[in-house]
Design a protein around this ligand. Structure first.
Ligand code: ADP
Ligand code: MG
Length: 696
């Protein structure tokens, strides 16, 4: 293993590198830009570009790229070389401030959700100086935002940065009211824990479903107890450990504070837990991590599955988005404080989050919507599709004492009053017991647990940042005009608790009774993507984004369209793959096995006329029934896909896939999976769950 301290960030043009390589005043302007979002003058950009180029060339780099995050889940790059011809026919290595700041990739191949129809096809990339440049595959990568010429966001980063600005504006108003003189800006922080599966590449390549859809469309449950067979794990371990070691090294060199771990839940499942960073950097890093995990797995003859539900009946993969707010002076604003004043500020911020989660449950749910994640949410392994917030008993009791003007501690006579009382200390570990909550307060941060493993974390953070910004805006409007600050503050907190306590739920989110209880409380239960995505276009949500300049109406409509379109495309591919696997693999294989059974019956009867052929005959009957079922459902599915081709409205089409197509797919799978359990394994055309999960 290489020296981690030397390795860490060695491929990043980070703060230390900048301090070493930039003239002092250039470094100071960069620092200002990074911290307070001040615009960087062109002269300064030129100096930075030059230093970046020299640094990269020393590391053997010849090309640079504007690295951006289009509205897919992956990142995009367009490589250019530093080489520039001179008058005497030679070349020099050049990289100008202009090239650093702006680029023009061909936008036409990225999804735009109709933005392209209304606006110019071309887009441009703009440097995000708040996220460090880095070297990957011998290329200098410049993190950039990606916009249309009209300024519409065509990517994930632009709205994420806008949402960070929005929450900064509102938190600063609040902090000012509480007299925090030395704070000049805040940033949201995120630590995303990433789950994934590793399977053998050779086996992967034998399954069309994994290749085309990233998940298994068939597969009977492996027999119980197999997971206890340790002898497979011996060989898994060394290969997987090699992979993990190299993954850590690569990520460290890119400045990602990662710790890869073996996860106990599902046999081939693992987790990558990075140390938190500001939201834009975390989002970049998570994209990088996903990309590198997939590339590196191949090198180790493994395949990294990022799908939310690669195997039915086995825990799927998600991301836990740990979220908080930090001041430029290094204070975590969700750390309950020591003084009454600090605690009043903490409680107000806490109420903003509670209100935000309640008022924008629909947007939070929509921010994690995808065909893949629909298999997970509410499946008793991941948070339910119902959004609620977990605060833990202590904090909930405190809020309730405040609401009712009662004493929190029964021994105390005085009632709980904001800005007067010091909050009792609540031990951190008691706040993190409940793993079933979608949105949990875990002592000094919130953990949003509904995110899918394959998507960017940007969408979820855009919603959290903007929704909290809105609640704080309303608070600040009241408090800035308050005659009696303490009184208004108390009122705001009490009103918030009264109006939004329905969203607080500390119980077991997997419990069936919760679904009923949530319904009584009037909470939404949006089980699928086509159910929740339409909420993006509710007026209150359009207003939210407009108020905080995060999305204009055109941009929201484009995103709404892209998510649903993506859902439909995934289902179409899954259905088509299923049809192909049935017609070309499963049915022919089972048919061949049936022939063997029939031949056996004939041969046995010919040898001994009275011979008992009940095994072969009963099996033949069951197989014929199941084959008949698969065959007729496959024909039905083909018909559905033909019908789907005539539906032009994306919302309507997404509902058609959800209601009509998925139902038939489930029937096919049910019959095919039973066939797998009764067909001679030598005939079965592709690796089974036991092979994939246990035999690496
Ligand atoms: P665990 O969940 O394993 O008990 P932690 O609660 O310490 O571990 O952290 C889980 C994740 O939360 C890590 O990625 C960590 O970096 C991140 N995290 C910790 N503090 C913060 C914070 N203030 N803001 C955002 N993320 C944080
Ligand atoms: Mg966690």
């Amino acid at each position: 293993m290489k020296d981690a301290t030397k390795l860490f960030g060695s491929m990043v043009f980070d703060d230390e590198t900048m301090r070493q390589r930039l003239p002092k005043d250039t470094y100071n302007s960069m620092k200002k830009t990074i911290q307070d979002g001040k615009r960087l003058p062109v002269e300064v950009a030129t100096v930075v570009a030059n230093a970046m180029k020299d640094w990269a060339i020393e590391k053997g780099v010849t090309h640079y790229t504007h690295w951006f995050q289009p509205m897919t889940s992956i990142t995009a790059e367009k490589h250019d070389s530093f080489i520039s011809p001179t008058a005497d026919g030679k070349v020099i290595m050049e990289f100008s401030g202009k090239e650093l700041v702006r680029g023009e990739p061909d936008a036409s191949s990225f999804p735009s959700g109709g933005l392209r129809a209304t606006f110019e096809a071309r887009g441009y990339t703009a440097w995000d100086p708040t996220s460090y440049a880095f070297i990957k595959d011998n290329t200098l990568c410049i993190p950039t935002a990606f916009c249309s010429y009209g300024g519409e966001a065509l990517d994930m980063k632009t709205p994420l940065l806008r949402s960070m600005e929005a929450i900064n504006r509102q938190v600063m108003r609040i902090l000012k009211l509480f007299g925090n003189e030395n704070v000049t800006s805040i940033k949201t922080t995120v630590g995303p824990e990433q789950e994934y599966f590793l399977i053998d590449k050779e086996l992967y390549e034998k399954r069309r479903d994994l290749i085309f859809t990233g998940r298994t469309l068939f597969g009977a449950k492996p027999p119980k107890g197999q997971e206890l067979e340790d002898h497979y794990f011996g060989t898994i371990k060394s290969r997987i450990l090699d992979f993990m070691r190299e993954l850590d090294e690569q990520l460290w060199s890119l400045g990602v504070l990662a710790k890869t771990e073996h996860n106990e839940v599902a046999p081939a499942q693992h987790e990558l837990a990075p140390i938190f960073s500001t939201t834009n950097i975390s989002t970049d890093h998570n994209q990088l991590a996903m990309e590198i995990m997939q590339k590196l797995a191949k090198k180790h003859s493994l395949v990294c599955l990022l799908h939310e539900k690669p195997f039915e009946g086995i825990n799927g993969s998600g991301k836990h988005n740990n979220w908080s707010i930090i001041t430029n002076t290094g204070v975590n604003l969700f750390e309950p404080g020591e003084t009454p004043y600090e605690n009043a500020q903490f409680l107000l911020l806490l109420c903003a989050v509670i209100n935000a989660v309640d008022n924008y449950q629909d947007l939070l749910r929509a921010s994690v919507a995808s065909a893949g994640n629909d298999h997970r949410l509410g499946a008793n392994e991941a948070p339910p599709a119902i959004v609620s917030i977990f605060l833990g008993d202590e904090l909930t009791d405190i809020l309730s004492a405040i609401e009712n003007g009662m004493a929190y501690d029964s021994k105390e006579k005085e009632q709980m009053k904001i800005g007067v009382h010091v909050l009792p200390k609540f031990p951190k570990d008691t706040t993190d017991r409940n793993r079933t909550s979608p949105f949990a307060f875990t002592g000094n941060k919130f953990e949003f647990r509904m995110l899918g493993s394959a998507s960017s974390i940007a969408d979820a953070n855009i919603v959290i940042n903007t929704a909290v910004a809105e609640e704080l805006r309303q608070f600040a409007d009241v408090l800035e005009n308050a005659v009696d600050f303490k009184h208004e503050l108390n009122e705001l907190i009490i009103t918030s608790i009264k109006q939004h306590k329905r969203i607080i739920f500390n119980g077991n989110g997997y419990d069936e009774n919760w679904v009923e209880e949530a319904k009584r409380r009037g909470l939404l239960n949006l089980v699928s993507t086509p159910d929740c995505v339409p909420y993006m276009l509710e007026q209150k949500n359009i207003d939210l984004y407009a108020t905080h300049k995060v999305f204009n109406l055109t941009e929201i409509k484009a995103r709404h369209e892209i998510i649903l379109d993506n859902y439909c495309k995934i289902l179409k591919i899954e259905a088509s793959t299923m049809i192909q696997m049935c017609k070309r693999e499963i049915l022919p294989a089972v048919s061949a096995f049936s022939k063997q059974l029939s031949d056996t019956v004939i041969a046995k009867k010919a040898a001994v006329r009275t011979c008992d052929c009940s095994y072969e005959q009963e099996l033949l009957v069951r197989i014929s029934d199941l084959v008949g079922e698969v065959y007729s459902q496959v024909k039905g599915l083909e018909k559905k896909l033909d019908e789907a081709a005539f539906i032009t409205d994306t919302s309507e089409l997404s509902c058609f896939y959800k209601n009509e197509v998925i139902t038939v797919m489930n029937k096919i799978r049910l019959a095919a999976d039973e066939l797998e359990t009764i067909t001679d394994e030598q005939y079965w055309p592709f690796p089974t769950y036991s092979d994939l999960i246990f035999k690496i």
